[in-house]
Design a protein around this ligand. Structure first.
Ligand code: SF4
Length: 195
C-alpha cells in the first residue's frame, strides 16, 4: 500500500465507534520518510477540529521541547497517534479502539521506516514498547525492537499539569538528541520538504 492509499483509506475508516463522534480523522503530520517518529495516544478537541496532532497547549509545549533539540514537524520528524479519532471528553482510548486502530499506525511505521520512535506518554509506550511499561520509571530508557530504537517521554499534557517532571524530560530530550546524532544521517541535515 502506498502512503496516499493508506491516508485515503484511514480518513474513511469506520472500524470503531469513534468514527461517529469525530470531526476529522487525525492521520499525522510531518516528513513521511523521517528518521524520527513521535507517537501520542490520540487527538484532543483542538486536534479533532484542525485535523492535526498536538496543536493545543500541549502541542505548543511539544513544539517548544522539540525546538530545543532542533526538531520540527515541518522539517525533520513525523508525528502520529495510536488512535486517529478523538475519544469523547478526551478520555483514554479503550483497548478495543486501540486494537481497531493500531493497524493504521503499524502501516505508517512500515512506510516511514524510522530509526527512532519516541512514545509520548504511557498509552503509546504500552502499545509500542511493552504492556507493563511504567512511564514514571522507564521514561528516557531505550528499547531495541526489530532494529528500531524506542523510548518514551512524559506526555506534554502531563508536563502541563506537573511542571516538576520537566527537568527529567529535558534530560530525556538530550538523550534523544545524542541518539539521533549517533544513528541518524539526515535528521539534522534534512533533504526532504514538508508535506
Ligand atoms: S479511531 Fe481508528 S479505527 Fe476507530 S474509526 Fe478512527 S481511524 Fe478508524
Amino acid at each position: 500500500m502506498t502512503w496516499q492509499q493508506l491516508e485515503a483509506e484511514c480518513k474513511n475508516c469506520e472500524k470503531c465507534a469513534l468514527s461517529e463522534t469525530r470531526t476529522n480523522v487525525v492521520f499525522g503530520v510531518g516528513i513521511k520518510d523521517a528518521e524520527v517518529l513521535f507517537v501520542g495516544e490520540g487527538p484532543g478537541e483542538n486536534e479533532d477540529l484542525q485535523g492535526e496532532p498536538f496543536v493545543g497547549r500541549g502541542g505548543k509545549l511539544l513544539d517548544d521541547m522539540l525546538k530545543m533539540i532542533d526538531l520540527d514537524r515541518s522539517k525533520n520528524i513525523y508525528i502520529a497517534n495510536i488512535v486517529k479519532c478523538r475519544p469523547p471528553k478526551n478520555r483514554d482510548p479503550f483497548g478495543t479502539e486501540q486494537e481497531a486502530c493500531i493497524g493504521w499506525l503499524r502501516e505508517q511505521i512500515r512506510l516511514i521506516n524510522p530509526k527512532i520512535v519516541v512514545c509520548l506518554g504511557r498509552i503509546a509506550a504500552k502499545i509500542l514498547i511493552k504492556e507493563d511499561f511504567k512511564i514514571t520509571q522507564e521514561h528516557g530508557q531505550w528499547f531495541d525492537i526489530d532494529g528500531v530504537k524506542y523510548t518514551a517521554l512524559y506526555h506534554p499534557a502531563a508536563l502541563l499539569r506537573d511542571v516538576h517532571r520537566r527537568p527529567e524530560t529535558f534530560e530525556d530530550l538530550r538523550e534523544i538528541r545524542s541518539m539521533i546524532r549517533e544513528i541518524c544521517e539526515n535528521t539534522y541535515n534534512p533533504q526532504t520538504p514538508a508535506f
